[in-house]
Structures are given as C-alpha cells and as structure tokens.
Design a protein around this ligand. Sequence first.
Ligand code: ATP
Ligand code: MG
Length: 249
Amino acid sequence: RQHIGKIKTSCTEFDEMMGGGIESQSITEIYGEFGSGKTQVAHQLAVNVQLDQEQGGLGGSVIIIDTENTFRPDRIQQMVEGKANELGIELDYEEFLKNIHVARAFNSNHQILLVDSAMDLANELKDSDKPVRLLIVDSLTAHFRAEYIGRGTLADRQQKLNKHLHGLQRFANLNNAAVLVTNQVMSKPDAFFGDPTKPIGGHILGHTATFRLYIRKSKGDKRIVKLIDSPNLPEGEAVLAVTRDGIVD
Ligand code: ATP
Ligand code: MG
C-alpha cells in the first residue's frame, strides 16, 4: 500500500482539522448551499496539489470533471498569484493551467464515463513529472438531481450514484490520488428531495465518502467548514476566508 498523501487547503485550521490536508486514497465530499464556497475550495486544491510537498502539495496534476461549467482559468491565475506572494516565490499560472485537465460532463451518464477517461489519462501521466494526484467532481450530484425527478426514480438514482462513487474510489486507490466531490444542499425545502439540510444522495454518500465536510457562509468573506464524518478524526470546525488570493486563514 502506498503512502497516503495530503494536499493542504491554504487554511491552517482547516488543515489541522483534516489531520494535515485532503487525503489521497479517499473521497472527500464537501457539501453546502449555493455560493458557500465549494467551487472555490476545489479551485484552490487544483492549484495546491501541484505544489511541492514542502509547499503543501503532492507535485501532481489534477483532473476536473466540471458538470456546471464553473471552472474559471482567471480564478486559477488569481490563486496562483496569491500563492506566489504567500510563499515569496515565482509561480507561472500558465504552467498551473496546463496541469489542470478539465472535462465537461453533459449528463450523468457522461459524467460516469469521464471517470474511465480520467483513469486513462492518469495512466498516461503516471511516469511523468506531474502524475495525477487529484480528481475533482464539481458537482457530483447536479446532473443526477436534474435527471432523476420524483420518488419513482430515486432507487435508480442512488444505484447509479453508488456505481459512480465506486469508480471514484477505485481511481483514488489505483492512482494514490485524492478525490474531491461537491454536493449542493438546498436552503429551502425541496419537494422532491426531502430534508433540505441533508445532502443529496445522503445515505449512500454517507457510507462511501470517507471525509464529509459541511461548508456554510459566515460574516463577510468568512466561511465555516465542519468535519461531519471521518474514519479517524474527531469532528471539528474551521474558519476560512475566500479572498481574491483564494482560500486563506
Ligand atoms: P454552487 O452550489 O452554486 O456551485 P459554491 O458552493 O460552489 O456554489 P462558490 O462558487 O465556490 O460557491 O462560491 C462563490 C463565492 O466565492 C462568491 O459568492 C464569492 O463570495 C466568493 N468568490 C468567488 N470568486 C472570488 C474572488 N475572485 N474574490 C473573492 N471572493 C470570491
Ligand atoms: Mg460551485
């Protein structure tokens, strides 16, 4: 078994809560309302995974399965510039963008297929100087939610999500990669999906995602991230801020 890697989040409290960062060989789910910062955290990790180990990264590249068309190269540039300032070194954002492989998923079936493509790409890059060490699915559930409407299809949806998650876990294991998935929760009751405070796919995700994080807005640019479920860490909370430079203390 390979050594578990950890990707720092750029927030000290967050890293401490996670026992050092987002782990490889695991799925980490981050869930929260719209605008809570899930995609921001995903962008930050796509930058940080590329840093050297001493800088909090894994010296790897990243694959993003983008289901809502919310990947923003400009945002990566801001975060790379922020990181360069923080570390007092020069970083070339174009290099960072090259190591972010973005695939748009047009529907849930396509999304599942893209994990196979991700596996192929990871195999290709395995012996390169930037092996894939992070796979992001942002959002894990949006297509499923849109396509499976009504009670009758809930079991089908759960079954497909489950299959998808098994594919993601396999990716994490075979590539010693971290997998980060986002999941939106509703602020208002949803006629089809029941309890608004529970993430979509609650039950099945609850058993598969190794680390579950709940993120919510606080004052100004502050966000509170709560570790809800982990195999080996106590529950806890961390405060972070989302700024132009990215995620910060
Ligand atoms: P959704 O469920 O809709 O996908 P999300 O949880 O992914 O939402 P994000 O897109 O991560 O939400 O967060 C958007 C918020 O991040 C903005 O409302 C803003 O507060 C903050 N943000 C985004 N870009 C910047 C920036 N360049 N500088 C500062 N804050 C920013
Ligand atoms: Mg988002």
